[in-house]
Design a protein around this ligand. Structure first.
Ligand code: LMR
Length: 396
């Protein structure tokens, strides 16, 4: 049965970790996967998370199965964060939220639900997008195409072309949108552009699926979440996947969620019942610990305040690294206007380097970035940035 199995390619992002770990170069730097490291190159344990962890371990609860849709207090806390605590859609009982295995899990549960409800629908993702978007929706059985997004010439967004593509899409098309901190380009729509995107989705009868993996890494928690308010105000039905991997530094705990905004309370109950079938037939029910940590932090005012401060600290350090990178690249002799690096939002910088240049960075300098030219600015620090800037200058 396995004799004819072909070797699959490495994952374009996580596969780099395997290569990085096997590289004996002592000066190697991992700017591949989207992970935030502190200035000492260490994965941080947030103080709010450590406090919640202590609390939970002291209570040492039995470890029974969770409900299929996860911890109720967690789902409620996610809703408050994503939609705003007093949001009208929450009051009207129009949101079905389920705990998921990270943001990827939220996307997959949503994709499986949509496939069941509308098997003939097509999926549109941005050009370019997170590599796993295409793979995930393709593996859920959809035909995936792209809408124009990044403009290499201006290092901005091809907004008119994007809008035209959305307007021309057949009704029922699922359109995957990055709520903030676009991955990989770091180019985000302005609030005014979002207004036009929401109107286009509405006019064309599209099904927006917002991927919000980086809430708080752009401008702030509320600012990055504001786009959700625009979709709510439009009256559209839509989906949002949430990840706490980066914002709580809880990567391996796989803490995320999927929220589905429905037309009314009755529809929400029916959608939730279908989501539970998707989950039950995939992995039965979600794990406990990470979601308990996040729920504890989000619902304990002092810990929540601490989290917001720690998240702001990560956001500001990334910004400082962007500014430093511009300076160091210029000093290393990289010509041209580098201000795009400080304009880009979130963890990534889309460098414009070719796959060949990215491969040279790896093999000659031990600097690991994604072949698309994406580098993780959140993994730069005061010790590795000089070497990285010099390496980029050498291949530029
Ligand atoms: C990334 O884009 O690097 C992150 O979202 C991690 C992942 O799962 O790919």
């Amino acid at each position: 049965v396995f004799a004819a199995v072909q070797m699959a390619p490495r994952d374009p992002i996580l596969g780099l970790n395997e290569q990085f770990n096997a590289d004996p170069n002592p000066a190697k730097v991992n700017l591949g996967v989207g992970v935030y490291f502190d200035d000492n190159g260490k994965l941080p344990v947030l103080a709010c998370v450590a406090a919640a962890e202590k609390q939970l371990l002291e209570a040492s609860k039995p470890k029974g199965y969770l409900p299929i849709d996860g911890i109720a207090a967690y789902d409620k806390a996610v809703q408050g964060l994503v939609f705003g605590a007093g949001s009208e859609v929450l009051q009207a009982g129009r949101v079905a939220t389920v705990q998921a295995l990270g943001g990827t899990g939220g996307l997959k549960v949503g994709a499986d639900l949509l496939k069941k409800l509308n098997p003939a629908a097509r999926v549109l993702i941005s050009d370019p997008s997170w590599e796993n978007h295409r793979a995930l929706f393709t593996n859920a059985g959809f035909e995936v195409s792209t809408y124009p997004y990044y403009d290499a010439a201006t290092r901005g967004i091809r907004f008119d072309a994007m809008l035209a593509a959305l307007k021309a899409a057949p009704a029922g098309t699922i359109v995957v949108l990055h709520a903030c901190c676009h991955n990989p380009t770091g180019c985000d729509l302005t609030p005014a552009q979002w207004t036009e995107v929401v109107a286009a989705c509405q006019a064309a009868g599209l099904v927006p699926f917002l991927d919000m993996a980086y809430q708080g890494f752009g401008e702030g928690i509320a600012e990055d979440g504001a786009v959700i308010g625009q979709f709510v105000a439009s009256g559209l039905q839509f989906l949002v996947s949430t990840s706490f991997s980066k914002s709580f530094s809880l990567y391996g705990e796989r803490v995320g969620a999927l929220s589905v905004v429905c037309a009314d309370r009755d529809e929400t109950t029916r959608v939730l019942s279908q989501l539970k079938i998707v989950i039950r037939t995939n992995y039965s029910n979600p794990p406990t610990f990470g979601a308990q940590l996040v729920a504890t932090v989000l619902t304990t005012p002092a810990l929540r305040a601490q989290w917001e401060e720690e998240l702001a600290g990560m956001r500001l350090r990334i910004r400082a690294m962007r500014a430093a990178l511009v300076e160091k690249l210029a000093a290393a002799g990289v010509p041209g206007d580098l201000s795009y690096i400080t304009r880009q939002k979130g963890m990534f910088s889309y460098s414009g380097l070719s796959a060949e240049q990215m491969q040279r960075l790896r093999s000659e300098f031990g600097v690991y970035g994604v072949d698309s030219g994406r580098i993780c600015v959140a993994a730069l620090n005061s010790k590795n940035i000089d070497a990285v800037a010099k390496a980029i200058a050498q291949v530029s």
